[in-house]
Design a protein around this ligand. Structure first.
Ligand SMILES: [Zn+2]
Length: 80
């Protein structure tokens, strides 16, 4: 769950931000599965209160297998 109150100023308004150029985050275990790093920024004090990726499941062991299954189902017209 995302933070609802800024721990630094008590602010409650946040925006999602990313760096330009966009920073890619990689794990050493899966060097070719990089993904964008996003930040949650407090609008009142500017603190970056959270950094996150949107598909953490990409770094699990079975992810590649699931992708192949999905692709196969798509090509063969099956629903996954
Ligand atoms: Zn704040």
């Amino acid at each position: 769950m995302a933070l609802e109150v800024c721990p630094f100023c008590g602010g409650t308004e946040f925006v999602e931000a990313s760096s330009v150029p966009i920073t890619d985050l990689t794990v050493s275990r899966y060097p070719f599965r990089s993904q964008k790093l996003f930040h949650q920024v407090c609008i009142s004090c500017g603190s970056v209160v959270r950094a996150y990726v949107k598909q953490p499941e990409m770094w699990t062991k079975d992810w590649a297998k699931e992708q192949r299954t999905k692709e196969w189902n798509r090509l063969t017209g099956k629903e996954s």
